[in-house]
Design a binder for this molecule. Structure first.
Ligand code: PEP
Ligand code: MN
Length: 342
């Protein structure tokens, strides 16, 4: 059971609600939300106590309503928050009628490369520029990213082109610093269950783009988001990016598109799809992008590189600027049919 407080409820009302729960011999946990606090009951409630307790708690001052949340994740659930969450970042809205495309190379390689990618992204209609500076590479011998220099480049190029920016964070100690350079922090698939990182992302308060781990169930994914929400950051975007495949000979991962309607039903958080990592093959990216939009995604993350053949990471799955532009042109009429805009 969750007791959702009114927006104006203060500490005395919250404490009174907690006391009401404890008086019934149950355990209460205060869960800070974006604009309002909720109080959850973490111990099992005897069936005959459910209704009288809900009525009693619902009548306390400062209580907006009481809901029965049957899921393990609470703050991420639709039961807690029925309306879809919409993030507004300098006028760019994620989770509303405007479909957002995040585009750019896997890694920041140079100012020229980023500048070229940013101009192409902007011209085609994207509003958010991606580029990894601290790269989680499977091999220690692979390019690890330009690190802080990469952040300086993506920040400068983003500003020059009027694009929001996103880059990955892998370590708690670096989070504050990275948040000073980019508008959105990406937590990559490999770190989806790095709990200290999730907690720090909660405390940091910066918008977080959380990618699904390759072996994570939907429940584990939503519980990872729950960590960030529970630690006081309501600005979370979910991203499906493919799960471990049964057969790697055709695609790098298996893009789980059914995760889109499943997540949209279970949670109020915006849902993105990354068909680049989802397939690992540039020529399959357009089809899966259109399919993701049709499935109800709120946006896409697409790797695009001025010259994919020379890319220092993920070249085979990166679109050229021309291919990216062609994809955006195919997306536009489809989104109109879906009642969305690009
Ligand atoms: C990336 O976005 O470049 C990346 C490493 O993605 P993922 O965490 O989904 O593998
Ligand atoms: Mn990549």
């Amino acid at each position: 059971m969750i007791i959702v407080m009114t927006i104006t409820a203060g500490e005395p009302e919250i404490l009174q609600t907690v006391a009401g729960i404890e008086a019934a011999g149950l355990k209460a946990v205060v869960m800070p939300g974006g604009e309002r606090v909720a109080v959850g009951i973490t111990s099992a409630i005897p069936p005959d106590l459910r209704e009288p307790l809900a009525n009693h708690l619902g009548s306390l001052p400062g209580v907006d309503h009481v809901t029965h949340v049957t899921r393990s994740y609470k703050l991420a659930s639709r039961e807690f928050h029925a309306a879809p969450t919409c993030l507004d970042m300098q006028g760019v809205r994620i989770g509303g009628p405007q479909f957002q495309v995040i585009a750019g190379p896997c890694s920041v390689e140079s100012y020229e490369q980023m500048s070229h990618a940013a101009r192409a992204a902007k011209a085609a209609g994207a509003r958010i520029l991606r580029g990894g500076a601290f790269k989680p590479r499977t091999s220690p011998y692979a390019f690890q990213g330009l690190q802080e220099e990469g952040l300086r480049i993506i920040q400068a190029v983003g500003r020059e082109n009027g694009l929001l920016t996103i880059s990955e964070v892998m370590q708690t100690e670096r989070m504050e610093k990275i948040a000073r350079y980019v508008d959105i922090l990406q937590i990559g698939a490999r770190n989806m269950q790095n709990y200290p990182l999730l907690i720090e992302a909660g405390r940091c308060g910066h918008p977080v783009f959380l990618k699904r781990g390759p072996s994570a169930t939907i429940e584990e994914f939503l519980l990872a988001a729950e960590y960030i929400l529970y630690h006081n950051n309501p600005n979370v975007v979910l991203c499906e990016r493919g799960i471990h495949p049964m057969d790697r000979s055709y695609c790098r991962n298996t893009l789980d598109l059914s995760a889109v309607p499943v997540l949209k039903e279970a949670s109020h958080l915006p849902v993105f799809v990354d068909p680049s990592h989802g397939t690992g093959v540039a020529r399959y990216v357009p089809a899966m992008s259109l399919a993701a939009a049709a499935a109800g995604a709120d946006g896409l993350m697409i790797e695009m590189h001025p010259t994919p053949r020379t890319a220092l990471s993920d070249g085979p799955q990166s679109l050229t600027p021309e291919q990216f532009d062609a994809l955006m042109q195919r997306l536009r009429p489809m989104l109109t049919l879906l009642g969305k805009e690009l």
